[in-house]
Design a protein around this ligand. Structure first.
Ligand code: NAD
Length: 373
């Protein structure tokens, strides 16, 4: 059983899908691990550190040769996989909806592509969930990005020269990223409020010492769908939410938006008119910018200024914390593969529930229900 750790081919991707710790653990399970030279460089993991952990270091064709499992953070270009053993597993964040054409190419190459972001949200898969581990870091980093663009301080400061007032931070969308954004903004001393469509999170917001801002008394208010994800809301709800946000947002210094709906464009939460109502110098961070954006005028990969308000639209936020993001991502992959490790077979054997959820291609065909329906 040979596991290949690929150097990322996606532009701007700084993470790596293995750490010295997970290399050692895979070897402990009886695997041979081959790491593509330079794979960890942008995440501060040297070839030497991988070699010291027991990995073989080589170029792409050497690590690919006879590999049974390929690990990646994002999906590699199909062209870079030519020569791969048919039936080899490709385990990575494959972004299947946005990269649909690529999935066909993986099938044509004969690899069994396993999309880690399709991991079901069930208790036993929590430690394998790349979306949670990476969103948590994105939530933290979004607050730091906001703070560095903001021309004022976050905490209240009473100085001999006068008092600096605390920043008001509003978090829209309180999943994993939003909860971490609330906690981080609170630690920096901001006054924090937050909203979501799922009323179940009210209590979590309050337990972090923030104020919950929620639409009440509107039909279809339960915004929770399968797996704890949000659903698309009714027009009545959207209108009530827009009115509530309009009155609240004008008083905020920082807004962080994280709202996503799986398989659909991100919901639009902030309009140009609402941005115009904010004070000049305010900052909005749109963590959903790559899914279409929660904020009108947000541009992926840029910080733009609209009506004197900075809108931050960094791409791939977890990659901006590449070292920790890589360490957690690597553990997610190890937790996944080791949970299914069959000692006698010397390789992982998936069960139906998780296998069917994450398998995109098999035997030269696309097999994922979510992509075929
Ligand atoms: P997400 O990234 O899909 O979305 C971010 C947040 O945006 C969610 O809280 C969502 O409700 C909210 N949102 C969507 N539309 C909105 C709108 N119009 N206005 C305001 N907010 C809107 O969410 P997530 O971080 O994946 O978390 C979703 C839930 O799943 C959470 O309860 C989380 O704890 C749970 N979860 C469970 C597991 C597990 O059991 N394995 C793993 C991760 C997350």
């Amino acid at each position: 059983m040979k596991i290949a750790v690929l150097k990322e081919t996606t532009e701007g991707e700084r993470r790596v899908s293995a750490s010295a710790e997970t290399v050692k653990k895979f070897i402990g399970l009886g695997a041979i691990v081959a790491v593509e030279s330079g794979a960890g460089a942008t995440a501060s993991v040297s070839d030497q550190a991988f070699a010291d952990a027991g990995a073989i270091i080589g170029d792409r064709s050497a690590v690919l040769a006879d590999a049974d499992i390929l690990l990646g953070v994002a999906g590699p270009t199909p062209a870079s996989l030519v020569g791969v053993k048919p039936g080899a597993w490709l385990v990575a964040g494959l972004n299947p909806f946005a990269e649909r054409a690529r999935v066909d190419e993986y099938a044509a190459l004969g690899v069994e592509a396993l999309a880690m972001e399709f991991m079901p949200r069930i208790t036993r898969a929590q430690s394998m969930d790349i979306l949670s581990s990476q969103s948590n870091l994105s939530g933290y980093k979004s607050v730091l990005d906001a703070a560095s663009e903001y021309g004022k301080a976050f905490p209240m400061m009473m100085t001999a020269a006068g008092t600096v007032s605390a920043a008001r931070v509003f978090v829209m969308g309180v999943g994993v990223a939003g909860l971490q954004a609330i906690a981080t903004a609170r630690r920096l001393g901001a006054q924090v409020s937050a909203t979501d469509v799922r009323s179940a999170v009210k209590e979590q917001i309050e337990s972090l010492g923030a104020k919950a801002i929620f639409v009440e008394d509107v039909k279809g208010i339960e915004g929770e769908g399968s797996g704890g994800y949000a659903t698309e809301m009714s027009d009545e709800y959207k209108a009530a939410q827009a009115a509530l946000v309009s009155s609240h947002i004008a008083k905020q210094d920082i807004v962080i938006t994280t709202a996503l709906i799986p398989g659909r464009p991100a919901p639009r939460l902030i309009s140009d008119a609402q941005i115009a109502s904010m004070k000049p110098g305010s900052v909005i961070v749109d963590l959903a910018v790559e899914a279409g954006g929660n904020v009108e005028g947000a541009v992926a990969g840029q910080v733009v200024e609209v009506h004197g308000v900075k809108i931050v639209g960094h791409r791939n936020v977890p990659s901006r914390l590449a070292t920790d993001a890589s360490a957690l991502f690597s553990r997610n992959l190890f937790n996944f593969l080791s949970a299914f490790w069959d000692k006698e077979a010397g390789k992982p054997v998936l069960d139906e529930e998780i296998g069917n959820a994450i398998r995109l291609t098999q035997g030269g065909k696309v097999v994922s229900e979510r992509l075929l329906s």
